[in-house]
Design a protein around this ligand. Structure first.
Ligand SMILES: *Cc1c(COP(=O)(O)O)cnc(C)c1O
Length: 229
């Protein structure tokens, strides 16, 4: 386990060096879906305290079992009827992709007296089976977010189409970076975060500007979907 963590961290450092970036500006989010709280705790005890969960139900079980200074990111598909509970548990939500979700977060965060940190998820590959807003809708979403008082927009997130050939994935990461730059210019906003890259493609994502990478199997090993999916 510690070996996996060391290995991923050193790959982050070498990808950062390769692209003249500071590895300290790249946050490793351990994608802990299907992993037990005990396994998550092992990572916590070895010094890694940032985790991402995909499902509210799983988060609700694990989060109370970890120390309060663990940083939790919600990275899965967001359902409106779960927003109320998700904002109580998660510091970050990566998967906001509609005005109606924004409105729900605004309403629930206002009730809870919280400013919710979010990213807008963009479906850069236009894949029917993926979450995320269409690139054409980005400016509308950024402007709508900027009008909400209890939602703080920090950047964009994507899950790129899968390909064995990483050079085929690279243009999707480059596209998210370009979308971010356009949105910053057109809406006069600052969007520092780009959440992109998973186990098989995070090195390329870093070369294209990722500030958050979400790594699951590379840290925990293969997932056992038996119970949860
Ligand atoms: C599961 C998951 C990851 C991590 O995937 P791995 O291939 O196991 O690294 C990253 N992002 C999202 C949105 C996920 O659902």
């Amino acid at each position: 386990m510690e070996n996996n963590l060391e290995k991923i961290v050193s790959q982050i450092v070498s990808s950062a060096n390769k692209s003249d970036r500071d590895a300290n500006n790249i946050k490793l989010i351990a994608a802990s879906k299907t992993q037990t709280a005990e396994r998550v705790r092992e990572f916590y005890d070895s010094g890694h305290k940032i985790f991402g969960e995909n499902r509210f139900q799983e988060g609700r079980e694990k989060i109370p079992l970890l120390p309060a200074d663990t940083e939790w990111h919600f990275i899965g598909g967001l359902q409106r009827n779960k927003v109320k509970d998700i904002i109580k548990l998660f510091e970050w939500i990566h998967s906001v992709d509609s005005i109606s979700l924004l409105d729900e977060i605004e309403k629930r965060a206002a009730h809870a007296g919280k400013i919710q940190k979010i990213l807008l998820e963009i479906n850069v590959g236009g894949e029917a089976n993926k979450h995320g807003a269409a690139p054409e809708d980005l400016l509308t979403l950024v402007r709508a977010t900027n009008e909400r008082q209890h939602v703080e927009l920090h950047g964009l997130m994507t899950v790129a189409p899968f390909s064995e050939d990483l050079e085929e994935v690279r243009p999707y990461f480059a596209k998210l970076r370009e979308l971010k730059e356009t949105a910053e210019r057109e809406t006069d906003s600052i969007l520092p975060e780009l959440s992109m890259g998973m186990t098989h493609d995070f090195t390329i994502a870093i070369e294209e500007g990722a500030t958050m990478v979400r790594v699951g199997t590379g840290l925990f090993g293969k997932r056992n979907y038996g119970k949860t999916e």
